[in-house]
Design a protein around this ligand. Structure first.
Ligand SMILES: *[C@@H]1O[C@H](CO)[C@@H](O)[C@H](O)[C@H]1NC(C)=O
Ligand SMILES: *[C@@H]1O[C@H](CO)[C@@H](O)[C@H](O)[C@H]1NC(C)=O
Length: 244
């Protein structure tokens, strides 16, 4: 380009009649052209820089896109975890509600029935033999319902399985022991016949199925005797295991 322009100007210069004028004009134009060429070269350099910038921008955009993709993926993951968390929270709430219900229903539906007593409530007593062989346990350790301390009879408040346990203590002068009766019928007992040793103990227990209203009490053998004092040798206890 530079060479072509010089050639053109040379030809133009030769066509002018006055050499002094032509020479001056030629020099100015040459300067001008040189400046233009330099300008264009500069432009080309700048364009190269600009191209470089453009590819930098492209690379940046690619990285930005990758970051956006990653963020989108992570947001989806966070959303999924949030959803999972919420689901688990709901399941946990449901479980807690269920447990509360169970707690309430077992507390409400299962009556709390238990009693425990021993024979003596004041000093030393013998009991029996007598015509009424029912043992009335008067010293009450606990009684949340069912046991009547004036008659010695436990009346089942609800249908259920009940655990009963008792122990008897007596001297060798009489049959020592007692019988656990359900609705007047013998169930289990302790028994020790008159013997040479001075005193005897025995204990027994059973789980009985009772209907509401069934009666359970302890009774002496014929000619039997049991003994108690503040040491609580002769006892009778029972409680509801579970309703049925
Ligand atoms: C960046 O993402 C936009 C929108 O999806 C797309 O048009 C552009 O071509 C992407 N750029 C690059 C460098 O991948
Ligand atoms: C679970 O129960 C709590 C307290 O009642 C409540 O704040 C929460 O929003 C519940 N969560 C769900 C997932 O239902």
């Amino acid at each position: 380009m530079e060479f072509g322009a010089l050639l053109l100007l040379t030809l133009l210069g030769l066509s002018f009649g006055e050499p002094g004028f032509v020479q001056r004009d030629y020099m100015n134009t040459l300067e001008w052209l040189r400046a233009k060429v330099e300008f264009i070269n500069n432009l080309e350099d700048k364009l190269k820089i600009f191209d470089g910038w453009q590819s930098d921008v492209y690379a940046l955009e690619a990285r930005l896109n990758a970051t956006v993709d990653e963020l989108t993926r992570q947001k989806a993951e966070v959303d999924r975890l949030n959803k999972e968390n919420q689901d688990m929270g709901m399941r946990l709430n449901a479980t807690e509600e269920e447990i509360d219900k169970l707690k309430q229903s077992s507390a409400k539906d299962a009556p709390q029935i238990a009693f425990s007593a021993c024979l003596s409530n004041s000093g030393e007593i013998y009991s029996g033999p007598s015509t009424d062989k029912t043992l009335v346990f008067k010293r009450i350790f606990s009684n949340t319902g069912g046991y009547d301390q004036s008659t010695g009879v436990f009346t089942a408040p609800v249908n259920g399985l009940y655990y009963f346990t008792f122990s008897t203590y007596g001297y060798n002068t009489h049959i020592a022991g007692a019988i656990l009766m359900k609705n007047g019928v013998r169930q289990i007992s302790t028994f020790d016949y008159t013997s040479d040793d001075s005193s005897d103990i025995g204990s027994n227990s059973a789980v009985l199925q009772l209907a509401a209203g069934d009666k359970v009490h302890m009774e002496l053998w014929d000619n039997g005797r049991v003994y108690d004092n503040w040491n609580g040798h002769t006892t009778f206890s029972g409680f509801l295991v579970f309703p049925v």
